[in-house]
Design a protein around this ligand. Structure first.
Ligand code: HPA
Length: 235
């Protein structure tokens, strides 16, 4: 059965889905790394593909930008397509002073300024966290690959252009980086009883006005992609 945003039938998605924000990145990943990839979604140009990596079934689905967007796609994948785990692969801005351009961050937890958690009507503040098994598998694979990763808190923000200029405050709490999707993904996974992880490559240092080139982003993305795929193959 298709959903409002995904045209596939049950079984069209693998139990593990990688989610880049950019649908063209999903296409690049499918064409570069997957065997026998078929396109399973084209609605709104939010491309999705299913194939295998080293014989393990895996899907790659674009999420779009921001928590409402990844909230929709991850909800439909978890609830309507029997997806068991989603690994977001995206970019982040550095917040903590030691975080450098091109570093890879594993989002152990995701702070947020979004109201996404309000829907759960909790009598307190929810702490969105990654699946420990995905997090520890990814950390282990990174070590084997000789890829140094930073593991810690990230910030999922509702704003890219932020009038409040609040990154210095998050830096005081040792938040490693800023992106715009992980907290909603982690909450959807928790509510569905499923697993999620966010892996990010640092594309910019907003506090220092430093940015990677498009080419550097592509290279960094490839290292992160291989980390995510090897993690999937190791499960
Ligand atoms: N802010 C928010 N999201 C981001 C950034 C940023 O600086 N860089 C990459 N994703």
């Amino acid at each position: 059965m298709s959903t409002p945003h995904l045209q596939g039938k049950k079984g069209d998605y693998a139990p593990t889905v990688l989610m880049p924000g950019d649908p063209l990145r999903a296409k690049f990943i499918a064409e570069t790394f997957l065997e026998n990839a078929v396109c399973v979604n084209e609605i709104r140009g939010m491309l999705g593909f299913t194939g295998t990596y080293k014989g393990v079934p895996v899907s790659v689905q674009g999420s779009g930008m921001g928590m409402p967007s990844i909230g929709i796609y991850s909800y439909e994948l978890f609830h309507e397509f029997d997806v068991q785990r989603i690994i977001r692969i995206g970019t982040a801005g550095a917040i903590a002073p030691e975080v450098q351009l091109r570093d890879v961050i594993l989002g152990q937890a995701a702070c947020t300024n979004s109201a996404f958690a309000d829907q759960y009507r909790l009598p307190g503040t929810y702490a969105p966290i990654a699946s420990f098994s995905l997090l520890s598998a990814a950390a282990e694979i990174a070590k084997k690959q000789g890829l140094s990763v930073r593991v810690g808190n990230i910030l999922s923000s509702d704003t890219f252009y932020d009038d409040a200029n609040s990154l210095a405050e998050w830096r005081k709490m040792h938040v490693l980086g800023i992106e715009m999707e992980a907290a909603a993904l982690y909450m959807n996974a928790a509510r569905a009883g499923k697993e999620a992880l966010c892996i990010c490559t640092v594309s910019d240092c907003p506090l220092e006005g430093k940015f990677t080139t498009a080419e550097e982003r592509q290279t960094g993305f490839t290292a992160m992609m291989q980390l995510a795929l090897e993690t999937v193959a190791s499960l």
